[in-house]
Design a protein around this ligand. Structure first.
Ligand code: 6PG
Length: 239
């Protein structure tokens, strides 16, 4: 694993532009190398302008396979749905074959059953592989508590190392999430982190010593990680 790249951009539009460059670069490289790109989207609010900008790009959309690194356990038409946000910002605007958009199932009423179903659909999309499937690119956000995906502090999902998908929990709100080993298998991970409220958690994520169970983003150790921060979020790192 190489040391993480840390880019502190002047503001959120600059962060989104840099994220767009790195995302398009990885999509094009993956398609050139293997004829397709497997991309896992982040949830939350930060990535929405990136998805809108991506929708304006001229890409071989039929070569993209889309997944979500985590999902709130709500229907796609619920305002909190990560899939709903990505559909509005990107997926309803570009011609990705619907069978290549692998939405986390959240309608069955049984979290474990839906987690296992999502895992099966990911395995099916990757075909034969050893260990954990390797995503070409995983986009992630980070909460002001240092969580990423739906890997929240001191939750059971942090310890799940033998599956692709775990059941997450945010203060009792159920989630489905990629596990740490699945994220760490990715060729490239890009974190998008903006806002002064992320400063303290970021300082702990990059501290020499801190408990990853308290700051779960510390568990992310993929081969290539880009931390794209705006100046507000990165203030304690740049001082
Ligand atoms: C989610 C996300 C979560 C998010 C962070 C940051 O489902 O909420 O996957 O990990 O990326 O909480 O969210 P913001 O981008 O809204 O700050």
């Amino acid at each position: 694993m190489t040391s993480p790249h840390i880019d502190i951009l002047p503001d959120k539009p600059a962060l989104v532009q840099r994220a767009l460059e790195l995302t398009v670069e990885q999509i094009q490289a993956a398609i050139a190398e293997q004829g397709r790109c497997t991309l896992a989207l982040a949830g939350g609010s930060t990535p929405e302008p990136l998805y809108a900008a991506l929708a304006e790009q001229d890409l071989p959309w039929d070569k993209l396979f889309i997944f979500w690194g985590d999902e709130r356990y709500v229907p796609v038409d619920h305002p909190d749905s990560n899939a709903g946000m990505a559909k509005r910002a990107l997926l309803d605007k570009v011609p990705i074959p619907v069978e290549q958009i692998i939405v986390a199932p959240t309608g069955g009423g049984d979290l474990q059953v839906d987690a296992e179903a999502y895992e099966r659909s990911i395995r099916a999309a990757f075909g034969d592989y050893e260990g954990f499937p390797q995503f070409d690119l995983i986009l992630l956000g980070m909460g002001d508590d240092g969580h990423t995906a739906s890997l929240f502090p001191h939750t059971e999902a942090l310890q799940v190392c033998d599956r692709l998908i775990a059941v997450g929990n945010k203060d009792g709100q159920p989630r489905l999430t990629f596990t740490v080993p699945l994220i760490n298998q990715a060729k490239r991970v890009i974190f998008l982190v903006a806002g002064a409220n992320k400063q303290t958690a970021l300082a702990q994520v990059f501290a020499a010593e801190a408990d990853p169970n308290q700051y779960p983003s510390r568990y992310i150790r993929a081969a290539e990680i880009w931390w794209l921060l705006d100046a507000e979020a990165g203030k304690q790192l740049s001082d």
